[in-house]
Design a protein around this ligand. Structure first.
Ligand SMILES: [Zn+2]
Ligand SMILES: [Zn+2]
Length: 240
């Protein structure tokens, strides 16, 4: 995507409430999955990747299920993994149980006493790549984090960050890891503080007004403060 396109998409996303980087990642996943269904999963390179990742993570696997017409793609990708899994099972020969004395010796040395062959099978089946949709999300998020840092002094961007309620904890930390200059880091930290301070106040009011004597005075902003806090600490719903 061209540089200016990233900027305008970021600006648009900052007009929505909640962490903009979560939302950008979420949109990237939707595009990725829709494109997968549109193009079909029969691409050799993609199939090889999906074999190494053992398919999709729980979140994205079920999100793919909800994409209209994804059945054939799920079947093609799953067939590869199931075939490889079955091959491992057919050649699997667990180690014979060690003698009692040998088990005692291993335990005394602080070594695991499970079956080494079974552990090797478990390890061989472990994903060797991240879920392809998680990878698409992480790549998009990083591009938008860099875009945000490049333009954080732009009043439209900085104002947008505050109005959106700041970044979630995961993405604030990623931004701090990525910030190249002291100015960028200081500015993002200041924007985040400006977003957090009013939330903290509404949380205090929400908690205080749970006292039955004040219940009628709860405002809509206070009423939803706990959900904003949840999204801030755990990320936007359904994004990871
Ligand atoms: Zn986020
Ligand atoms: Zn995933």
């Amino acid at each position: 995507m061209a540089r200016h396109a990233l900027y305008y998409t970021l600006l648009e996303t900052l007009a929505e409430p909640g962490c903009a980087i979560c939302r950008m990642g979420e949109k990237a996943v939707i595009r990725f999955l829709e494109n997968l269904v549109y193009e079909g999963a029969n691409d050799a390179q993609f199939r090889a990747e999906a074999l190494l990742s053992r398919g999709f993570c729980n979140l994205h696997g079920w999100q793919l299920r909800d994409c209209h017409g994804s059945g054939l793609d799920v079947a093609i990708l799953s067939r590869d993994v199931v075939k490889a899994w079955l091959r491992r099972l057919e050649s699997f020969a667990p180690e014979q149980a060690p003698t009692r004395a040998f088990s005692d010796l291993r335990a005394a040395l602080g070594m695991a006493n499970g079956n080494a062959g079974a552990r090797a099978l478990a390890e061989a089946l472990a994903p060797e790549r991240p879920c392809p949709a998680c990878k698409a999300r992480d790549t998009a998020e990083q591009a938008y984090i860099e875009e945000l840092l490049d333009h954080c002094a732009d009043p439209e961007i900085s104002g947008g960050v505050i109005r959106a309620g700041g970044l979630c904890l995961t993405h604030f930390r990623k931004v701090m890891h990525t910030a190249a200059t002291a100015e960028q880091a200081a500015l993002i930290a200041q924007l985040q503080a400006e977003a957090l301070a009013p939330l903290l106040q509404t949380l205090e009011d929400f908690i205080c007004k749970h006292d039955y004597r004040f219940q009628a005075e709860m405002t809509a902003t206070e009423g939803e403060s706990w959900l904003k806090a949840l999204a801030l600490l755990s990320g936007q719903r359904g994004t990871r």
